[in-house]
Design a protein around this ligand. Structure first.
Ligand code: CP
Length: 317
């Protein structure tokens, strides 16, 4: 593996899941693999899980990790090609990225979309600029359109919670929110579940909240949430703002918030969410506090997903 920004970087998703589960059983199985190697973690946006779990993963492999909160710990970075830097940005990524490449062996970046200009966000100009100029492997810690470490974690979690011979029915359901949220987690979950190919995958959302077909192709898509939830084994809950009317929020989506009534349609489904979650807006207390809720397991599994990815990148160096 040379980089980790989408499924396209992974030759065998099932093998990567198996490696993560190996680390879950024995976190120090490869405790010397990263000795003498440094991981840089650049955060342009807040994080709880990604930041800590990736640092723990690096430590389990013997790597040192360094966190930079971009714009606070270092200079404000510019990503625009040909930019006249007479505003707030102080250092161009063209100048900073090669230095990161000198200091670190692997670099991770979190960058959220602006949700104003769809073409710009979907061009992934920020993470692509880092890839272009840093000369070391890049790990997405969530980019403008995708969140691959989260999605790998989600597949690990589904895999370890499923032991029947038939394929599980996995449903991705849109949930309400009060502000514009990126499509990254939903895009990425769809991309990974489709590429994995080991579930019956259904996506449900209100009209006007269709995701980019590049990611959803292969899934069954319906606007009827009840129909989607029927006999589900796993229900993944996530809000996203509109892709078509880019960044717009649905004001009257409250009926889409999952309650026990919705879950009674399912096959005693396990519920999932990447967190953070707004309680009783996106998901009700009764679902989040129910024993079938896997959110804490998902968050814990972020360590093993990151460890598997870093391990593969270290082995490729
Ligand atoms: N799920 C997730 O990426 O959490 P953080 O934003 O806290 O890292």
């Amino acid at each position: 593996m040379q980089n980790f920004v989408s499924t396209h970087d992974v030759a065998d998703i099932s093998a990567l899941i198996d490696l993560a589960l190996k680390y879950k059983k024995n976190p120090s199985a490869d405790k010397s693999l990263g000795i003498g190697k440094r991981l840089g973690l650049l955060f342009m946006n807040p994080s709880l899980r990604t930041r800590i779990s990736t640092q723990i993963a690096a430590q389990n492999l013997g790597m040192e990790s360094y966190v930079l909160n971009v714009g606070n710990d270092n200079w404000q970075l510019e990503f625009g090609e040909g930019a006249v830097m007479n505003g707030t940005t102080v250092e161009h990524i063209k100048d900073a990225a090669p230095i990161f490449g000198e200091y670190f062996d692997i670099i991770g970046l979190r960058t959220f979309p602006g949700l104003k200009d769809r073409d710009l966000d979907y061009s992934e100009n920020v993470i692509r600029s880092l890839q272009m100029y840093c000369n070391i492997p890049v790990v997405s810690l969530e980019s403008a359109t995708l969140h691959p470490l989260q999605s790998l974690t989600d597949l690990i979690t589904i895999n370890e919670n499923w032991n029947q011979p038939r394929k599980p029915k996995v449903v991705l359901t849109w949930a309400p929110h009060i502000k514009p949220i990126p499509q990254c987690v939903a895009n990425s979950f769809a991309q990974w579940v489709n590429a994995w190919g080991k579930s019956d995958f259904v996506i449900t959302h209100p009209e006007g909240f269709e995701l980019d077909a590049v990611y959803t192709k292969g899934a069954t898509i319906t606007h009827n949430q009840e129909e989607a939830l029927r006999d589900a084994d796993f229900v993944y809950v996530k809000n996203w703002s509109s892709y078509q009317n880019y960044g717009q929020v649905k004001q009257d989506g409250a009926g889409w918030m999952l309650t026990e009534k919705h879950m009674s349609l399912t096959h005693d489904a396990r519920t999932m969410h990447c967190l953070p979650v707004r309680r009783n807006v996106e998901l009700s207390d009764e679902i989040l506090d129910h024993p079938n809720c896997l959110t804490t397991t998902q968050s814990a599994n972020r360590v093993w997903a990151a460890q598997a990815v870093l391990s593969e990148l270290l082995r490729s160096q």
